[in-house]
Design a protein around this ligand. Structure first.
Ligand SMILES: C[S@@+](CC[C@H](N)C(=O)[O-])C[C@H]1O[C@@H](n2cnc3c(N)ncnc32)[C@H](O)[C@@H]1O
Length: 321
């Protein structure tokens, strides 16, 4: 890095970011430690000119930059160094990620590295394998930490479906809550393998807690055919997916009524569906849904460390069939 060319405001931004993160860390560390929560958010673009997100992963830091055309390669490493220094984190535990907005999930899931290294971190009485090295996403979405707890509390005796299940964290909670069965569906082989590892780490019985590698709409079709039914489901899709439906890409804004209708079809009467999206401009179209109740529960699903004036990290609805 050529330090002569670094603009002065970058140094000022380093100081501002470091101070903000230090304050947040002091505020959050104790309360999360008491709950055995190792992963939490320290900063998310709270200062307008510092377009960064900083997450604590049990002694590791995952620091992202919201990229734009004016971004310069020196900026993120400088911010990373400042945050690492103030929290005494060695540089080998600092993971820098360029976050790009895009209408293809391909961007988010592209590999950055090939270490395949996973670390075990705690979330309450559960443990999850997290990979801060290889992708933008680490294997654990902490903004749904409290939604997982809601699922645990409502899952006793139920058949639980986890669509777009990723690394299976919702299913682990449902199993711990006493679900009669869980089924996690994801199209990615590595996500299914990761979910299997998470289940085994939490000593969850693989005979009643199953994993299926399938595209969502293919699974939904076969579930109807096989008369598979569930009492409780989580549907937490990406905003865009390259899966083609009638030769079109999946777009949550456009396609959620079709998706939710198909899921509701395989939920038993009186059953519950939790639907969530991280799409920032989402409008739920519920006119076509034949259900007894739809309630937005975003206010209780966003944890303290993700509450921000700038954006709503996710929105979540509880649908009673
Ligand atoms: C937004 S994440 C889901 C997060 C997950 N619910 C959680 O809480 O950890 C995206 C996941 O959806 C999966 N996915 C994307 N499109 C899919 C599709 N059409 N069918 C099945 N899985 C899909 C990806 O493989 C990825 O694992």
């Amino acid at each position: 890095m050529n330090y002569k060319t670094i603009p002065k405001q970058f140094y000022r931004q380093q100081e501002m970011l470091a101070n903000r993160v230090k304050k947040r860390f002091k505020h959050l560390r104790g309360r999360f430690a008491r709950q055995n929560i190792d992963v939490f958010r320290l900063y998310d673009w709270d200062i307008p000119e510092i377009r960064a997100v900083v997450d604590w992963y049990g002694g590791h830091l995952v620091i992202g930059e919201y990229m734009r055309r004016q971004s310069v390669p020196e900026w993120l490493p400088l911010m990373g160094r400042a945050v690492a220094q103030i929290l005494n984190v060695p540089m080998e535990n600092v993971h820098l990620k360029e976050r790009r907005a895009g209408n293809q999930d391909g961007n988010r899931y592209t590999r950055i590295d090939y270490t395949n290294k996973k670390i075990v971190l705690r979330e309450r009485d559960l443990k999850f394998l997290v990979n801060p090295y290889d992708y933008v996403d680490t294997g654990l979405f902490s903004d749904h930490r409290d939604t997982r707890q809601i699922i645990r509390k409502t899952s006793a005796g139920k058949d639980f479906l986890n669509l777009y299940g990723y690394t299976g964290s919702f299913s682990c909670y449902a199993a711990k809550g006493g679900a009669r069965s869980t089924l996690s569906v994801d199209r990615s082989e590595s996500a299914i393998q990761w979910a299997r590892e998470n289940m085994s780490l939490n000593r969850i019985d693989p005979t009643t807690n199953k994993l299926t590698q399938a595209h969502t709409f293919d699974f939904l079709k076969s579930a109807v055919k096989n008369k598979q039914r569930f009492d409780l489901a989580v549907v937490d899709p990406p905003s865009y997916s390259t899966t083609k439906i009638r030769n079109m890409f999946f777009d949550i804004t456009r396609d959620h009524p079709r998706l939710l209708k198909a899921v509701i079809n395989i939920i038993r009467p009186g059953g519950d569906l939790f639907f969530s999206t991280n799409h920032q401009k989402f409008e739920l179209r519920m006119d076509e849904l034949n259900v007894s109740q739809i309630k937005e529960i975003t206010a209780i699903t966003i944890p303290e460390d993700f509450r921000s004036k700038r954006k709503t990290i996710h929105r979540c609805w509880h649908i009673t069939v």
